[in-house]
Design a protein around this ligand. Structure first.
Ligand code: ZN
Length: 323
């Protein structure tokens, strides 16, 4: 994430120029300073502005240094500025939320099919078959933000994200064909096994293919945006959710392949195993999607209110390099 950016030494490491002077031990300069920027106490929220770095919070006694460690992102000043943070943050949320809505709608359709097997009619309206495709389309619009979320993006990452966004078009189209057209031909599109189901399986394989392209395409820039969050960069939360999702698509596709073989006459058992494998892959995929949604809200928050930098806290400045 830091490619192409200069890493400036924090003021004070040089020990020169201001503060307590040249004889001070390294870091003494910073420690002697009073905070000129706003810094809410990590424990009670009291504004520590004007206090020494060595002081404790007058409200709750928490050392100011503790708050700095907890609240200040050492790489905040290296983050590329985002020109339209609210637009980018909103699009990133759309990207995740659209995909979650699509997955939820598919689960609802399959749930309704299961319910119908035990004689419960959930009365899903006909238009609902278009909801998964609509969710995918919304996600694709949001993914536009991942082509070039800020300056300094590697061209190859922008191209990859562009391919990923383009793959949303066949993806949404196949989702529409599957859930709004093909599934209307059969009362039990997923559980049943006939010619319709064979066509359905082929479409599902296409959907998995294009979904994998969208995920892998936008992944580099999605991770780059994710690295703006201190929590995510430090590995305190797992960062491989998108790879897990691609793996889950692979598992579900293996299940589809089994079902294709079953249609070819290899028997019920194979078809049933295929169903189970698809269900496992779909659950894994949905779990991954839920993880992405959690990360997306985290990233959106960091985009709208960027992390505090040490300069900002010590000198009350953001971009300026001098106090
Ligand atoms: Zn406090």
């Amino acid at each position: 994430m830091t490619e192409g950016t200069e890493r400036e030494r924090p003021r004070g490491e040089t020990g020169a120029g201001h503060g307590v002077g040249a004889d001070a031990p390294p870091g003494g300069d910073v420690l002697a300073r009073e905070l000129q920027g706003t810094l809410p106490c990590a424990r009670c929220g009291y504004n520590l502005r004007g206090l020494s770095v060595r002081a404790v919070c007058p409200e709750c006694g928490t050392p100011v240094r503790g708050t700095i460690l907890a609240m200040v992102d050492p790489f905040a000043e290296e983050l590329r500025p985002i020109a339209f943070p609210r637009v980018i943050a909103s699009l990133v949320v759309l990207w995740g939320a659209g995909a979650v809505a699509a997955a939820a709608a598919v689960w609802w359709l399959r749930g309704a099919e299961l319910a119908s097997m035990i004689g419960v009619d959930l009365a899903v309206p006909e238009w609902f078959g278009a909801v998964p495709a609509a969710g995918v389309a919304v996600s694709g619009v949001g993914a536009l933000a991942l082509i070039r979320p800020h300056g300094g993006i590697a061209p190859v990452a922008s191209v990859a994200a562009g391919v990923g966004v383009a793959a949303y078009i066949p993806l949404a189209y196949l989702m529409l064909i599957l859930h709004a057209n093909v599934d209307r031909l059969s009362t039990m599109p997923f559980m049943g096994r006939d010619e319709v189901s064979e066509m359905r399986t082929l479409i599902r394989l296409g959907i998995a293919f294009f979904a994998a392209i969208t995920i892998m395409g936008v992944r580099p820039n999605a991770r780059l945006l994710g690295s703006r969050s201190l929590v995510m960069r430090s590995g305190r939360v797992d960062r491989q959710t998108m790879l897990v999702m691609v793996g889950a698509l692979g598992i579900a596709s293996a299940g589809d392949a089994l079902r294709l073989m079953a249609v070819g006459g290899l028997g019920d058992l194979l078809g049933t195993i295929g169903l189970i494998v698809i269900a496992v892959g779909s659950m894994l995929f949905t779990l991954g999607l839920a993880g992405v949604m959690v990360d997306v809200t985290r990233v959106a928050r960091v985009i709208v209110s960027p992390p505090l930098g040490i300069r900002q806290v010590l000198y009350g400045t953001g971009d300026e390099r001098s106090p």
